[in-house]
Design a protein around this ligand. Structure first.
Ligand code: ADP
Ligand code: MG
Length: 384
C-alpha cells in the first residue's frame, strides 16, 4: 500500500525513528441525513479514502503531532490536556486524548504524522476519520484494547464536549465499524446495525461541489435547537416522546397546528427521512436500486425544502447527475451548505457519468468539481 509506505518514510525523515501506520475511513451516507442526532436511522458506508496516522511512542507524556495537510506541528502534554477549544485542527486529537484519559485509558506520549486523502471540510467526515485514526493509534501503541462501538462513542463525546460540535454518532460509528462491500443501517438509539451488501454492479460516486459555506456549523446547531423545540412541544401532551424518532408522520400531521411553521418543517424532514431509511433498507435487501434511487431523491428534496440545508451548487450537482444515463439516485451527503453529493451509479456507466457531470458542472459554475469513484471500505485498522 503506497500511501502507508510513503507516510512511514516521511515519519522516519521527520522524527528519525520507525513508526506504525494506522488509518480510518471517511464516509458517505446513502440516506438518513440529520437523523442521527434525533436518534433515528442512518445508512452510511465507509469509503476507501482515508486519514492515515503514522505514530511511535515517546518515553515522556508529550504528544507531538504534525498534519501534512496543514504543514503544521503542534505539541501538548497528556498531563494538561484541555482548557477550551482553539478552533484549530489540533482540537480533534487533543480532544480524543482527553476523553480517552478521562475514561481510564492511560496513554503513552507519542510522535504522530497525519495525512488525509479525504477532502477536508467537504461533508465526507474527515473530522471523525482524524479522531478515530488518532484514538485507535494512541490506544494501540499504549497497549490498550477497546470495543469499536465504545471507541466511536468516545470519539463522538470528544467532538461534542471538547471541540464543541454537537454532532450525532454516525460519522464516528462508521469510521470504526464500516465493512468492505456494505452499507450499514444503524439505529442511532440502540446502536444495533444491519450489514447491507451493495450489488457488485453499482458504484458509489462522490461529487465535490468545491463549495464551502461558513454557515455550516452555526446552521447545524440551529437545526438541532429547532428539533429540540419540536420535541419539547410535542412531549407536552405525550411525555414519552424523547426525540423526533418517537413521532410518526401521522402524529406530526395531526399536531402540526401546535408547532411554529419552521419547527414543523424541520420535524417533517426528520420524521419522513426516518421512514425513507426503513424503506431504503427493504429496497436494498431486494436489490431494488430504482426504488432506492427514488428515495434518495426524495431525501434531497426534503433537505432542500423542509430542512433548508442545501445550496445552489448542491442542487445543481444533483440535477445534472439525474440527467446523465446510469445514475439510480443522487443526493447531498453530510451536513450541507456545500460539500459533496453521493451518487449510486451503474458500474459500467460510471466513467461516462463522471466525465459528463464534471463537464456540465464546470460549464455552469466555472469551477471544476473533484469526483471520486468509491467502494465501501473497512473501518479503522493498523496497516504497518
Ligand atoms: P468534514 O468532517 O466534513 O471533513 P469538519 O468541518 O467536520 O468537516 O471537519 C474538518 C476539520 O477537521 C478541519 O478543519 C480540521 O480542523 C480537521 N481535520 C480533518 N482532517 C485533518 C487533517 N488531515 N489534518 C489536520 N486536521 C484535519
Ligand atoms: Mg465532520
Amino acid at each position: 500500500m503506497i500511501q502507508a509506505q510513503n507516510l512511514a518514510e516521511a515519519f522516519r525523515a521527520l522524527y528519525g525513528m520507525d513508526g506504525r501506520v494506522y488509518r480510518a475511513p471517511g464516509r458517505i451516507n446513502l440516506i438518513g441525513e440529520h437523523t442521527d442526532y434525533n436518534v433515528g436511522f442512518v445508512m452510511p458506508a465507509a469509503i476507501d479514502l482515508y486519514t492515515w496516522v503514522a505514530i511511535a511512542p515517546r518515553s515522556d507524556r508529550i504528544i507531538r503531532i504534525c498534519s501534512r495537510n496543514f504543514s503544521e506541528t503542534v505539541e501538548f502534554t497528556l498531563d494538561k490536556l484541555y482548557n477550551s477549544p482553539r478552533s484549530h485542527w489540533s482540537d480533534y486529537p487533543r480532544a480524543v486524548a482527553a476523553v480517552l484519559e478521562q475514561n481510564g485509558y492511560k496513554l503513552s506520549g507519542a510522535n504522530l504524522l497525519v495525512q488525509s486523502d479525504l477532502p477536508i471540510g467537504s461533508g465526507l467526515s474527515s473530522s471523525a476519520a482524524l479522531e478515530v485514526a488518532a484514538a485507535y493509534a494512541l490506544l494501540d501503541i499504549s497497549g490498550q484494547s477497546i470495543d469499536r462501538v465504545k471507541l466511536a462513542l468516545l470519539c463522538q463525546r470528544a467532538e461534542n464536549d471538547f471541540v464543541g460540535m454537537r454532532c450525532g454518532v454516525m460519522d464516528q460509528f462508521i469510521a470504526c465499524c464500516g465493512r468492505a462491500g456494505v452499507a450499514l443501517m444503524l439505529d442511532c438509539r440502540s446502536l444495533d446495525y444491519a450489514l447491507l451488501p451493495l450489488p457488485d454492479d453499482v458504484k458509489l460516486v462522490v461529487c465535490n461541489t468545491m463549495i464551502k459555506h461558513e454557515l455550516a456549523a452555526s446552521e447545524y446547531n440551529a437545526r438541532r435547537a429547532e428539533c429540540d423545540e419540536a420535541v419539547r412541544i410535542l412531549a407536552k401532551t405525550r411525555p414519552d416522546i424523547r426525540a423526533l424518532r418517537d413521532v410518526t408522520e401521522d402524529e406530526l400531521e395531526r399536531r402540526s397546528a401546535s408547532l411554529p411553521e419552521t419547527v414543523y418543517k424541520r420535524a417533517r424532514h426528520v420524521i419522513s427521512e426516518n421512514a425513507r431509511v426503513v424503506k431504503a433498507r427493504a429496497a436494498l435487501e431486494r436489490s431494488d436500486l430504482e426504488t432506492l434511487g427514488v428515495l434518495m431523491e426524495a431525501s434531497h428534496t426534503s433537505l432542500r425544502c423542509d430542512y433548508e440545508v442545501s445550496c445552489r451548487e448542491l442542487d445543481l450537482m444533483v440535477e445534472l447527475a439525474r440527467q446523465v444515463d446510469g445514475a439510480y439516485g443522487c443526493r447531498m451527503t453530510g451536513g450541507g451548505f456545500g460539500g459533496c453529493t453521493v451518487n449510486l451509479v451503474q458500474a459500467g456507466k460510471a466513467a461516462f457519468f463522471i466525465q459528463e457531470v464534471a463537464a456540465r458542472y464546470e460549464n455552469e459554475v466555472g469551477v471544476a468539481p473533484e469526483i471520486y469513484p468509491c467502494s465501501p471500505a473497512e473501518g479503522a485498522a493498523r496497516i504497518i
